[in-house]
Design a binder for this molecule. Structure first.
Ligand code: MG
Length: 454
């Protein structure tokens, strides 16, 4: 704090002490106490005054196939900035607008050190809160502020969260295939690469690749060109057969995970979970859509298959009832979807009390910045379960220097202060996101043309 500013604050404090505060008889800190506090702050920040946010900007880029959005928060300390993931790949332009049009003016001039204060006030600033667009914008800001705090402290973010309780982050790799033989072949390859946890999917989510490509609704001229048929029978039978084949061919040593992706009727998902018990899945993900969470009680009464849930949840509050009732085993939150490290750590710590473990959502629509932010939490959280492994290509590594690396199935991050990852804006600009990018993989219909929720 500059001498001038300190003097101004002191005189303000003295004025208040003599008026309002004095009226209510509140004790004022003595001069000695005030000096001691200031001295502590100077020591903690190596003599630096509090840093203020001077700019918040969105950076949109598509170095692979997914639209990525990251936030850069700049401060009044030359060279000090932070980065955070704000990737909602299907609505990237809307997130960019939420950042540039609202968060930037909201944040300018605020003290970057006060993460909790900024998170809470930004969260409620639009009055109507939550939702993937606003939460992703908030996540970019939040993660960037943790990055800044780590850089100021000279510590990696995991140290600020309590320090490491494991040497690296164990991950699962995804193995999909258009036939059971291809899935088995993929699992064998992943195992040889050192992965101990492997996700298996047949014919894409909901096995849509196995379904008829000329369904009745298309023959009738109903729907649109990019619509796919969701054939529940093909998916449910194919998935049972796939688990049987993988266990028979690969054995029991590896852990298997599978994502239902909500696409079947809840009662069919319950029957599937019961049938898959014999193959000892590590977890079955998203058996129900968020609209159908009322079925969890029934599922738990009928099956002990471990359940991972929550990538579509917007609010951390959606976790409370399922967690205290122990309906799920794994927290499958998409961290940027709920607003960043600050709320995710609260859910993770809550999970410790109920023995619910973390399994942050980590596909290619999480930026390398987001993957790193998750890894910092994974390292620090005792009730860590597993991490979805990132698949980062060379172009992404050029855009995001300091990206994490995989070795023998473990994820390692750069140990630099803060998040330990950066964004090269010139490289990012080489890969602009498309002006119009409508999402087709969620466009599913039943045989008669009724839309299916993905
Ligand atoms: Mg999923």
């Amino acid at each position: 704090m500059s001498t001038n500013r300190r003097n101004v604050l002191k005189s303000l404090g003295a004025g208040l002490a003599g008026s309002t505060l004095g009226t209510f008889g509140l004790a004022q800190p003595s001069h000695a106490e005030e000096s001691a506090t200031e001295e502590k702050y100077r020591r903690a920040t190596k003599g630096l005054p509090p840093v203020k946010i001077t700019n918040v900007k969105a950076i949109a880029t598509q170095p692979k196939r997914a639209n990525l959005v990251v936030v850069k928060v700049e401060t009044d300390e030359p060279g000090l900035y932070g980065v955070g993931c704000a990737t909602f790949t299907q609505r990237a332009h809307a997130v960019v607008s939420a950042i540039d049009d609202y968060l930037t003016p909201f944040c300018k001039g605020k003290i970057a050190d006060n993460i909790e204060d900024i998170w809470q006030t930004a969260y409620q600033n639009s009055c109507w809160r939550n939702g993937p667009v606003l939460n992703n914008a908030l996540s970019g800001l939040d993660q960037a502020l943790w990055d800044i705090k780590g850089k100021r402290a000279g510590m990696p973010v995991y140290d600020l969260l309590g320090g490491k309780c494991k040497f690296a982050v164990d991950t699962y790799e995804s193995c999909g295939g258009s036939s059971i033989e291809k899935v088995v072949e993929g699992v064998r390859k992943c195992k040889d690469e050192g992965f101990r946890y492997i996700k298996i999917q047949l014919g894409g989510y909901g096995s849509t690749a196995l379904a008829s490509q000329k369904p009745d609704f298309k023959a009738a001229g109903f729907g649109y060109e990019n619509d796919s048929l969701m054939d529940s029978y093909a998916y449910l039978k194919g998935t049972r057969d796939m688990f049987a084949a993988v266990r028979k061919e690969i054995g029991d040593e590896i852990e298997l995970v599978h994502d239902v992706h909500e696409r079947v009727q809840p009662i069919d998902a319950i029957n599937l979970c019961k049938d898959l018990e014999q193959y000892r899945p590590f977890f079955i993900e998203d058996p129900f859509s968020p609209e159908n969470i009322g079925y969890f009680k029934m599922l738990r009464e009928q099956s002990s298959v471990p359940i991972a849930m929550g990538e579509l949840f917007n609010s951390p509050h959606e976790w409370l009832e399922p967690m205290v009732n122990r309906w799920y085993d794994f927290i499958r939150i998409h961290v940027s979807q709920i607003g960043g490290i600050t709320p995710a750590m609260k859910v993770a710590r809550l999970g410790e009390w109920f023995n619910v473990r973390t399994a942050w959502h980590g596909p290619s629509d999480v930026s390398p910045v987001g993957h790193v932010a998750q890894a910092h939490m994974d390292l620090a959280v005792w009730n860590f379960g597993i991490q979805e492994s990132p698949n980062i290509n060379e172009q992404e590594r050029d855009v995001f220097p300091g990206s994490p690396r995989l070795e023998n199935g473990y994820l390692y991050i750069n140990e630099a202060p803060g998040l330990g990852i950066d964004v090269d804006e010139k490289e990012a600009a080489k890969y602009p996101i498309p002006e119009v990018d409508l999402n087709h993989w969620t466009q599913l219909r039943k045989r008669d043309g009724t839309p299916v929720r993905p």
